[in-house]
Write a protein that binds this ligand. Sequence first.
Ligand code: TRP
Ligand code: ZN
Length: 854
Amino acid sequence: MSEFTARYLADYQPSPYSINTIDLTIELDEHATKVRSILSITKKEESDEPLVLDGEHLILVSVSLGQQSLSPDAYQLTEQSLTIFNLPSEFTLTVETEVDPANNTALEGLYKSGDAFCTQCEAEGFRRITYYLDRPDVMAIFTTKVIADRAKFPQLLANGNPVERGELNNNKHFVTWHDPHPKPCYLFALVAGDFDLLSDQYKTASGREVLLEIFVDKGNKAKAEHAMASLKHSMKWDEDVFGLEYDLDIYMIVAVDFFNMGAMENKGLNVFNSKYVLADRESATDTDFFNIEAVIAHEYFHNWTGNRVTCRDWFQLSLKEGLTVFRDQQFSADMHSADVTRIQNVKLLRAQQFAEDAGPMSHPIRPEKVMEMNNFYTLTVYEKGAEVIRMLHTLLGQNGFRKGMDLYFDRFDGMAVTCDDFVTAMADANNRDLTLFKRWYSQSGTPELTVTQHFESASQQFTLNIEQMTPATGNQLEKLALHIPIKLELIVGEEVQTQLVELTNQSQQFQFACEQEPTVAFLCDFSAPVKVNYEQSTAALLTIIESSQNNFCVWDAGQKIMAKEIEQLVLLAGSQPSRDIERMFNAVITADYDAAFKALMLTLPSFDEMTAHISKVDPQKLISAIEKLSTFISSTFSAEFLSLYKQHSEVEHLSSSQQVGSRALANTCLRYLVKLTEHHSLVAQRYLQATDMTTKLGALQCSIKQVNDETLSLLNDFEQQWHADTLVMDKWFSLNANLNDELIFERLEQLMARDDFALTNPNRARSLIGAFAMQNNKYFHESSGKGYQFLAQQIIEMDRINPQVASRLITPLIQFEAFNEVHQSLMISQLQFIASQDNLSRDLVEKLEAALKE
Ligand code: TRP
Ligand code: ZN
């Protein structure tokens, strides 16, 4: 397999050349787009090092130095590069290439999404458009002339401001764009198409008018309103909270259906997966609305954290991604319930990032070794990266953090820098030594804290002993102590004392003066991305639920009670749920929480959260245990669920944020009620009465988990109604992928044979194959291995079409170590089968090598 080589952070060298300006002329054509690039280049110092330009999947048409066309013996061409020798200290290089967008199914570089042309250059896609120094520390001023058929592509877009437009022969026209801000080529973008346009304006704090434009497929304009409102909220928030204004006269967003990821922050011209732009009440869920707002904010915030200050090299990806995720999380928390938002962040981290950090692709938030960069757009770099920024925020406080950000921009605006530069700015602005803290950037794995307590009644001294240990991961066997901020509460009766302690050693004792032995609410707000082993009695956990002022801890205490219960049911065959669960649910159901929080309190830890908790678990036993517990809860509290359900089904009189909470709570109650035959009829009733997608989908999700005669007819009805709406049909495919019934394998085959299914469309492929492998745990982990086999086959096919998507789909298979022997060996044999195929992508090879080594 090892035909590909890895790159190392330790080998970083700046380029001996800088590119000052690039003038692009791109004449669009389905199969033969012509790209002319004129580069003005300077040698940084006298040296004879040749210029090695990156380029892949390109047809080279010509190269000229100044006016002189170069003959093929003046340069060297390989599959990945164009090398030019004997260059003067300053020169102009003109390179002409040709590319084939219509056959570009990898969706990297220039490709077609439906009828439109668009680009995706991060991380290393620009080299599929022209030969270039495709690295983020090479920053140039871009001018882009886009030429295309006038009738088919009335809108021609690129970064910056439009400076010229005109008509050409053969029914073509052109627009020239100029971006005054020097940028790395990964932020380059071009779009050509025939879109509906939603326009608006934003006046910045300093009084400049910015034109806001969102381009969507014809007919979808009304569905862009929420994205537009979100953009304006983001712009305002960044001014208010960080003092950051937008810096161009125009900000454009284009929504496309074919996209590998969520969205891309190209300077002045964001390209979005349409899933993160389009929404209206009938077709989108409350979660969709929330996510759209968060992704719009994320890409907007990148303008400062990513674009104005960018990464020196790709190992530093978390410099922009961890920081920008932290910023979008804070924004969402300010726009909605801060507690609910925080809990959702933590659920994602525990369910997915912990698994990644314990699996074969475990890496520090700043990786040291990369084979395929696209494999490192991970939960670790993004979500754990955001947790690391949040810890700085906790250690320095809101004001200290802001001072650090201000210094960071003062020092580095317009530059390409490192994670180390960021932390140093935080340290300098606050006069703090963060040397030890920097280990978070180089150490992988989830740290585990072991906490014990001791109370000395004579001296009224309470002692917490905290030890940290990070288990060995992949190629990192030795782990060092980290600097861990721990927020906690000491609860004695009505009195709650809040503390922030800093763990900096392997083991440390913290002493507090207390009149009585307190109950400790540990790790408030989840102040560090760690696992905690702290033996607390159910009585103590119930005290936290009742008395803690930190809603994260309240929620987490409930989760601990439920997790303990599930663990017992897994480990002790034939055991029954205990009284603890009844006590907890009694307390929670009657508590005076808002509806959204109550819904979270009533939700059991998921399969994924539990696999991070119980080592080498038998997935089928885990599923049965969760099922047994939720059935027990359903029957014990059916009357309470029914009354809550009814109470929260009427939402018209509520504010829109209360409606969101009520819908979540009603859906949660329905999931319990549907386990009891006498309440089955509620599902169809709710489905038929629903006027919004959250409620409709909530009902269908109950139906597919409790499959009966009605299920397929409800799915058919939904399909009838929505067959013309691509994003809603993605939801329909996901519902099918989650069917809790043996017919699932047959069903998957039927669905893949449909005209509206295609592996070339990532959203559609993910909504069926991804949803099956990542959500339908019972059948994916079927003991015959059928589920694993299905996924392996799809990955092999997908890899020939779109390696990035294939490489994401393999995640559940490589994380086999979480499961018992039987399942591990079934998973490994499918990985070996994939590895035995010819011509696998670099993306898959990197993951297979990591998973199958030894
Ligand atoms: N920088 C993008 C973000 O906001 C990530 C991204 C979008 C991406 N498309 C991509 C990364 C394609 C790799 C490949 O997070
Ligand atoms: Zn990002």
